[in-house]
Design a protein around this ligand. Structure first.
Ligand code: 5GP
Length: 206
């Protein structure tokens, strides 16, 4: 027997830096040999600067996305600012069964859908240190129009109180610390006694 992987749902407002934290955590995990992988979402939004097909997202047309919904290919999906985002079913359950932890970087609505299907999933909310810092980060990355920035800030104000529905809150002030906290949280969850009943039988030779 061995431990199953942890399904970790990471949410937080746009530009809280969850993408950066998650990617840094994945790099650290690879360096230290921790078995954690990122699930790549599918989106109907266009590719933006510094993004890459199959790395940041699988970029598809609206029609292809709707086909995936109809074909039950997604664990969850949501429409955000007029674009679809969803988590492909492919490989998630298999990887967890094999012992690999899988990180889903999804919005708060998607998180609710995943928890219904995988109640043992752990929910982690990445919080910006302040609203001012969040706005600064959105503007600095220079990916959105002024209208989109205003929409994203309004959405952030709605999402932040939802952090209390999550199991953990990680404040993303210093990326390296936040990435470390994310990995430590996944390890701690993996070691929960309810996930390790198998070791009792193994030690007792049952
Ligand atoms: P962005 O356009 O900034 O890359 O993402 C917009 C929002 O969609 C973010 O809050 C991000 O976490 C969320 N998102 C990304 N992938 C998924 C997904 O697969 N499912 C859901 N529900 N939300 C997602």
């Amino acid at each position: 027997m061995h431990d199953k992987g942890v399904l970790a749902i990471v949410s937080g407002p746009s530009a809280a830096g969850k993408g950066t934290v998650v990617r840094r955590a994945m790099n650290i995990a690879a360096e230290i040999g921790q078995d954690v992988q990122l699930s790549i979402s599918m989106t109907s939004r266009g590719i933006k600067k510094d993004e890459e097909e199959g790395v940041t997202y699988y970029y598809v047309t609206r029609e292809r996305f709707e086909e995936a919904i109809a074909g039950d290919e997604l664990i969850e999906y949501n429409c955000y600012n007029g674009n679809y985002y969803g988590t492909p079913k492919k490989a998630i359950a298999d990887r967890i069964e094999r012992g690999t932890s899988v990180v889903l970087e999804i919005d708060v609505n998607g998180a609710d859908q995943v928890v219904k299907l995988f109640p043992e999933a752990v929910r982690i909310f990445v919080m910006p240190p302040s609203m001012e810092e969040l706005e600064k980060r959105i503007r600095l990355r220079g990916r959105e129009t002024e209208e989109e920035i205003v929409q994203r800030l309004a959405k952030a104000k709605e999402e932040i109180p939802r952090a209390l529905d999550y199991d953990y809150i990680i404040i993303n002030d210093i990326i390296e610390d936040a990435a470390g906290d994310l990995l430590n949280t996944i390890v701690a969850e993996k070691n929960r006694s309810c996930r390790k009943k198998w070791i009792i039988d193994e030690v007792l030779g049952k």
